[in-house]
Design a protein around this ligand. Structure first.
Ligand code: GTP
Length: 347
């Protein structure tokens, strides 16, 4: 069975980090999320992938290529115009088989695919939507189910008090090709707003399968940050490269040079080829990307730096997220989110 990753959205809520980067390529634990996703599904037995994109195809392709280096095959289904979440699947149809997996590539999760496939096969529906439970479902697509799991109603972003349940669309679907007969070609179609309500109404059979485990939509800056704190607290069991991590809460990559009197306050994740100057204080909750240079007397708290950032001596960063290649002067910054095309303002 093939897996289709939807990776073509604009990622507007995560700007400026996604100003020049597809959201699924945002680093999670110092590696693009899309790579983690590929490896997760490879482990579950999938060896053929299709990535649906429009923007920044080259950025994804130059990192993942045709999959050879991961021992899998990757094809790209490219949209001329953004076709929405169902339109993108329809566009990829010639590359897919009779039954296939669809994953919103900005969803952080781990799924027992074999269990989901068994559920899908037993029920025989056109679509199985994987479900997760959240306290406040008002930002998501909420489902109402019968006892056997069949979905009878799908409500997109209801008011909290009007939500029929706390079970939401987790952004992972198992689909039969026949479901795509109900998706018009050549125009933008939303799977959440158009296709699922239609398939439920016409009796095609849409079932919901709770997946449990960690789940996070990384679409906003607050959730992107929270995801990292969950990773460092090991609430999300993604493997992290680096020694010492689980014992001391300080993950450290290869070739890290640490100056005199540097204080690490766990949990902290440091990539490879990183330099940290004298008497800097790193953490708690700090992630430093590969190839970054941190000056002396820097204070880095609750912040995430992507690759090759340069932080000048004396800077103090609190709750910041900086994209790859950012150079930061000796500023005091709180809650700044920047990538390299933006000027960092003194606060
Ligand atoms: P926002 O602009 O912040 O809402 O983000 P988004 O539109 O990129 O993401 P959204 O949460 O709406 O979409 C869920 C997933 O579907 C993401 O992985 C997107 O990359 C992907 N996606 C959304 N729209 C499209 C589309 O038109 N084409 C393709 N190929 N993927 C899409």
């Amino acid at each position: 069975m093939k897996a289709l990753f939807l990776a073509g959205g604009l990622g507007t809520r995560l700007r400026p980090l996604t100003e020049n980067l597809p959201k699924p390529m945002a680093l999670v634990g110092n590696k693009p999320w899309l790579e983690h996703l590929l490896l997760h599904y490879k482990k579950q037995g999938i060896s053929e992938f299709v990535i649906a994109v429009k923007h920044y195809r080259q950025i994804i392709e130059s990192h993942l290529g045709n999959g050879t280096k991961y021992g899998v095959r990757i094809d790209y289904a490219v949209e001329k115009e953004l076709l929405g979440t169902a339109g993108a699947i329809k566009n990829a149809e010639p590359l897919l088989g009779d039954r296939f997996l669809v994953v919103n590539a900005d969803i952080i999760h781990q799924v027992d695919l074999a269990a989901a496939l068994r559920f899908h096969a037993v029920n025989g529906g056109a679509v199985t939507i994987c479900l997760t439970e959240v306290d406040d479902p008002s930002h998501y697509g909420v489902v109402e189910q019968e006892s056997g799991g069949r979905i009878v109603r799908f409500v997109e972003k209801p008011k909290k008090e009007e939500a029929p349940s706390k079970r939401i669309n987790a952004g992972i679907y198992i689909m039969e090709r026949r479901a795509l007969d109900h998706v018009p070609a050549g125009r933008a179609v939303s799977i959440e707003k158009e296709t699922f309500p239609l398939l439920i109404a016409n009796g095609s059979g849409v079932y919901g399968h709770p997946i449990g485990g960690y789940w996070m939509d990384m679409g906003t800056k607050a959730r992107y940050r929270q995801l990292h704190w969950d990773l460092l607290d090991r609430r999300f069991p993604l493997p992290i490269d680096g020694k010492d991590g689980d014992e001391k809460g300080i993950w450290c990559g290869e070739n890290v040079r640490i100056g005199h009197g540097v204080l690490f306050v766990p949990p902290v994740m440091i990539g490879s080829d990183v330099t940290i100057g004298d008497r800097s204080v790193i953490g708690p909750y700090a992630v430093i990307g590969n190839g970054s240079r941190i000056g002396s007397h820097v204070r880095l708290v609750g912040s995430i730096l992507w690759d090759r950032c340069k932080i000048r001596s004396g800077a103090q960063l609190n709750e910041c997220i900086f994209g790859s290649g950012m150079h930061v002067g000796p500023h005091i910054l709180h809650e700044a989110v920047c990538n390299r095309i933006l000027e960092v303002q003194r606060q």
